[in-house]
Design a binder for this molecule. Structure first.
Ligand code: 13P
Length: 266
């Protein structure tokens, strides 16, 4: 049985004081040994103080990004080893907010434009540093409506995991985050999520062997809320949630964790 993982991606939200408060409330809600993995994923600048805030608790830490090289002239970037040094277990890679432009109307341009090749290099760097990468994949609405979902998932999985060897793959986590469901309040239906997750697992099986793929955790992300978490987590190939907005309130995040536990019967 795969151990579910619920992680809260804070994105560029909260300040230090509210982050600390959230962790205190979360610790109180969780108890000593929850039957699943729970992580917070704060902005990089808060990783060290949040590592202190979660110390001696079951709450684990993840970073939202890292760079591919181990050191050098990369102003503004942090290496996988630096991320690891803060106490992180996980690092999110290839989030759609880094793959895509922020929006054509953004006067600043706001383009990260990360492609699969860069994400793959980051992924290998993260694994080498002893981190568990949470590699995000997912189609846009246009791609879904155009019947391209599986082709997009194929391309992203193969491209973003290029260079990951079968023996390293056990430390991977994949997050299926349909772009149209992120921050929109419109989650994928359980049927849509299950179909994509099963497809992703099959694809991972072709890459790393079915035994390995069967053990890999695939999180769902995109408008997960206390109200929809149970139905989503009942899907057999959905192994947890990557939560954005609803992870910023301890009570909602705790309800999501509880819902996952209930749905999985653990
Ligand atoms: P929301 O839960 O706010 O839709 O964000 C999902 C997400 O992008 C998590 O990485």
């Amino acid at each position: 049985m795969r151990r579910p993982i619920v992680a809260g991606n804070w994105k560029m939200n909260l300040d230090l004081a509210s982050g600390r408060r959230l962790v205190l409330e979360l610790r109180a809600a969780l108890g000593a040994a929850p039957p699943l993995d729970v992580a917070i994923i704060p902005p990089a600048i808060y990783l060290f103080p949040m590592a202190r805030a979660v110390a001696d608790s079951p709450v684990m830490l993840g970073a939202q990004n890292c760079w591919r090289d181990s050191s050098g002239a990369f102003t503004g970037e942090v290496s996988a080893a630096m991320v690891k040094e803060t106490g992180c277990t996980y690092v999110v890679l290839g989030h759609s907010e880094r793959r895509h432009t922020i929006g054509p109307k953004d006067p600043a341009g706001g383009v990260h434009g990360e492609n699969d090749a860069l994400i793959a290099e980051k992924c290998v760097a993260a694994l080498c540093a002893g981190l568990q990468p949470i590699v995000c994949v997912g189609e846009t609405l246009e791609q879904r409506d155009g019947g391209e979902t599986e082709a997009v998932l194929d391309r992203q999985i193969e491209g973003s995991l290029a260079g990951v060897t079968a023996d390293r793959a056990k430390d991977l986590i994949v997050a299926y985050e349909p772009v149209w469901a992120i921050g929109t309040g419109r989650n994928a239906s359980p049927e849509q999520a299950q179909a994509s997750h099963a497809y992703i697992r099959g694809r991972l099986g072709r890459l790393f062997g079915q035994g390995t793929a069967d053990d890999l955790r695939i999180q769902y992300g995109g408008s997960v809320k206390p109200e929809n978490v149970v139905e989503l987590m009942k899907c057999p190939d959905v192994d947890g949630a990557l939560v954005g907005g609803a992870s910023l309130k301890a009570t909602d995040f705790a309800k999501i964790i509880e819902g996952c536990v209930r749905a999985k019967g653990i």
